[in-house]
Design a protein around this ligand. Structure first.
Ligand code: CA
Length: 241
């Protein structure tokens, strides 16, 4: 798995509350976190989640759904504890979307409204479900996905990491195909760039880092009112050997 990453503060926010983890040599996991909470607490929450998660994953001899799940649980506990002990950080939390690879299997962990997409054989699909109020409304048939994109309550998330003692984590396991490219991103990307554009860019001739730069430039052009973070994790057959 080769991972490319980019983050941009955007045009409006005074600080960047997104964090990400890109693997060091020999590691096979990555993550995106989008923090929330006043007085820079969001920045602390996302950075801490990513740090604790990566420490836990590094200790794992073999990646399984369980090791991924427990690494995210530990990150939740750490952020929650930090918020309890620091008055200014009370209630802070973060989204958390992570991808790990073991052999020809990918494991995904997800909480909140950051997203993971998979680009495979010329098509794109979102492989995480947003934990948002509008997504629940879409599931119930109350609004359409198109209405959800512009709904005044579209920013309300129904699950976050660090806001409670325990957290419900979505875990997905899937087989990998050579050439698979996962796209992990914060909502500062998906609120301004639709998935057709992500697909078009992923399939273009640019190199992967340049693709990320291009997508960030579109998010900025289309408003860029939020922090923007995105990763491409590209699986090549040799990785699984
Ligand atoms: Ca955001």
């Amino acid at each position: 798995m080769k991972v490319y990453a980019i983050t941009d503060i955007g045009r409006m926010r005074p600080i960047n509350e997104d964090s990400y983890y890109a693997p060091l040599e020999g590691e096979r996991f990555c993550a995106v976190a989008d923090g929330m909470g006043g007085h820079n607490a969001g920045e602390v929450a996302s950075a801490m989640a990513v740090q604790v998660f990566s420490e836990q994953m590094r200790k794992a001899e073999r990646i399984t759904a369980e090791t991924l799940h427990s690494a995210v649980e530990r990150a939740n506990e750490a952020v929650y504890q930090q918020a309890l002990e620091n008055e200014g950080m009370s209630g802070m939390g973060t989204t958390f979307s992570a991808l790990a690879e073991e052999g020809d299997t990918a494991y995904l962990a997800h909480v909140g409204d950051s997203r993971i997409y998979l680009v495979r054989r010329g098509a794109i699909m979102q492989v995480t479900t947003d934990h948002t109020l509008v997504e629940q409304m879409v599931q119930k048939g109350l609004i359409t996905p198109r209405e959800a994109r512009v709904h005044p309550k579209r920013n309300i998330i129904t699950r976050a990491l660090g806001t409670e003692e325990t957290v419900q984590i979505d875990i997905v396991q899937m087989g990998l195909c050579p050439g698979d490219a996962f796209f992990l991103c914060s909502d500062g990307m998906t609120n301004y760039v639709d998935e057709r554009e992500i697909l078009r860019t992923a399939l273009s001739e640019r190199d992967w880092q340049d693709k990320l730069k291009h997508l960030v430039s579109i998010a900025l052009e289309n408003g860029g009112a939020d922090n923007i973070t995105a990763l491409f994790a590209v699986y090549e057959e040799a990785d699984g050997q």
